[in-house]
Design a protein around this ligand. Structure first.
Ligand code: PLP
Length: 326
């Protein structure tokens, strides 16, 4: 099917912002209408019904649904917290089976905010080899909390690698509906995957022309949005660290390096869900209980760090009041 000039310009603009344009040309990319759609297209590309995809736990809660809707099984592998989050690579290796078609990593993970280390990425690429694809969701990559450079999924050059991103986080515009898949890795695998992905995507033609026309301009403005969001999230996080140190409240903020969320470990004798519902009823405060993300042992609340500073302060005061009620 003939690709329009508008789509080419949009792909060119996306390629230019991805890793400074170094790793992707416009032909190494596919446009989608969201990261969720990117996952759906990739599961169609890589899996037959009943195949498996390894997904991180804790992480973004949609994996279970996005896989199930494609007839695919999500098999979780663990991230453990010990003053920082790490992938349990031993467990991940054990979870790989004859029907594993892809390993999903979220870099940085949501909501835990840990980036992949260079060692983890190298291990993952080696584990995947040429048999299993690596899907790297980097929608939050630009939102690090320090200026330290972080590894990117496209550096795992020996595996067939899919790099997911979109306007939703890169420019803070989720409703414009533009996402993308950057394809990297061994040339023959990459070319075959791109040919088949084009065919799958052409059956839906889901990306609207207006957003493709606007993409070069929006992406050029994106850096301004990112600077403001990074500054807000970093200031909110710094305030939260200091406040919790000084307040003596029984709340600890888990270590992380990026993203838009803070994970609070809290005492919750009535359970995370009851606490979150009480905060909603009594304090009109929206927070997510840790189980939404499979945060596992202990009780957690996940709070947004992109809210205005006064909203974060009022929210933390509300959580402290609610915890004092027992
Ligand atoms: C890790 C992760 N991936 C993807 C998405 C969704 O992105 P999109 O709006 O492009 O579907 C989110 C939304 O919060 C997310 O947290």
């Amino acid at each position: 099917m003939r690709r329009t000039r508008v789509a080419c310009a949009a792909r060119g603009a996306v390629a230019a912002v991805l890793a400074g344009g170094a790793r992707y040309g416009p032909r190494d990319l596919l446009l989608t209408c969201s990261t969720s759609e990117s996952y759906a297209l990739l599961f169609k590309l890589l899996c037959s019904p009943g195949d498996q995809v390894l997904v991180p736990r804790p992480s973004y809660p949609l994996f279970e649904w996005l896989t199930r809707l494609e007839g695919v099984e999500a098999v979780p592998y663990a991230l453990h917290y010990a003053g920082g989050w790490q992938i349990d690579l031993g467990e991940l290796r054990q979870r790989l089976g004859p029907r594993t078609r892809a390993v999903v990593v979220v870099n940085p993970n949501n909501p835990t905010g840990n980036y992949l280390s260079a060692g983890e990425l190298a291990e993952l690429a080696a584990v995947c080899g040429r048999r299993v694809a690596l899907i790297g969701d980097e929608v939050f990559h630009e939102y690090g909390w320090t200026d330290q450079p972080q590894v990117r999924i496209a550096e795992a050059s020996q595996a067939l690698t899919f790099h997911l991103g979109g306007l939703s986080k890169l420019v803070g515009l989720p409703q414009l509906k533009l996402g993308w898949i950057g394809v990297a890795g061994p040339a023959a695998l990459r070319r075959a995957a791109l040919r088949r992905l084009e065919l799958i995507a052409d059956n839906y033609l889901s990306v609207g022309a207006p957003v493709q026309l606007a993409a070069p301009r929006l992406l050029a403005l994106g850096e301004l949005v990112q600077q403001q969001l990074r500054a807000r999230v970093r200031a909110n996080r710094d305030w939260l660290v200091q406040h919790l140190r000084e307040s003596g409240a029984p709340i600890s903020l888990l270590e992380a390096a990026g993203g838009w969320s803070g994970v609070l470990r809290i005492p919750a004798p009535r359970g995370e869900e009851a606490l979150a519902l009480d905060l909603l009823d009594r304090e009109q405060l929206v927070v997510h209980p840790g189980y939404f993300f499979d945060l596992g042992s202990g009780s957690h609340l996940v709070v947004s760090l992109i809210v205005p500073p006064e909203v974060l302060r009022a929210g933390v005061a509300a959580i402290e009041r609610e915890l004092a009620r027992g």
